[in-house]
Design a protein around this ligand. Sequence first.
Ligand code: SAH
Length: 265
Amino acid sequence: MSERRPGVPSWVARSAQTPPPASRVTPSRSPMAPSGARTPAPPQQPAGLGMDSAAVRARMVQRLASAGIKSPAVLAAMGGVERHRFVDSALVNQAYEDTSLPIGLGQTISKPSVVARMIELLLGSEIGKSGLGRVLEIGTGCGYQAAVLARVAREVYSIERLRGLHEKARSNLRPWRLANVHLIFGDGMEGYASGAPYAGIISAAGGEATPQAWCEQLAVGGRLVAPMVVAGGKQALLVIDKSSHGFTQSILEAVNFVPLKSGIA
Ligand code: SAH
């Protein structure tokens, strides 16, 4: 049962439901659902969370808002996705802390504050302000950020180079049957031409340089948000906007992401 507390905006309480609203669930056309499968039972609350996850998530959303996230769409999306279902059962109690957590194969799920910040930046592009169309995510990992993106973008293409994680994301996302999320196993350094052009491209892995394919596959008016290695070998968030005149680039705050690697494994 979801707890209503003073100070929690009603949209948080509304959006933090299990499972997501039926309007976002399309049974047989989902790219993640086996064809002909029946609607699965809603996932069980994992043992160990020990409290109402909607209330814990609402507190996380309040912290994100206090830390400067302003977009109601981003806050609602963060409040709506159950992060604890994307981490190992041993880590469930840390799922709503602002920390990255291991997801296997040496990779991590990004901190909620970084996920929210990057998606807010994506929505700030010229064509993102009125709602995002197609988005490409590089580095599906456990699928958490793809689930958040599914709430703010019309279509999400998410590519992962490690087969084990691609499959983990597929199974994590399966109960939600998000018809607008397309999981791809491949090397995201080449982008994913079949879904281009993208209103937004977001990378969850940090490279040394921006792959040419990403710039080519970005729509005019679209924005790329990615961690990038800058002076001194440290990473910072890079924002590239594409206009009819060319590209403009800004380097923002320091971040700490797993490396962008080429090839599949
Ligand atoms: N968005 C993810 C974060 C995963 S960490 C989540 O919510 O869990 C970043 C991921 O990027 C890792 O899984 C890593 O394997 C993947 N990655 C690194 N280089 C890549 C590439 N070239 N193409 C696709 N995925 C890549």
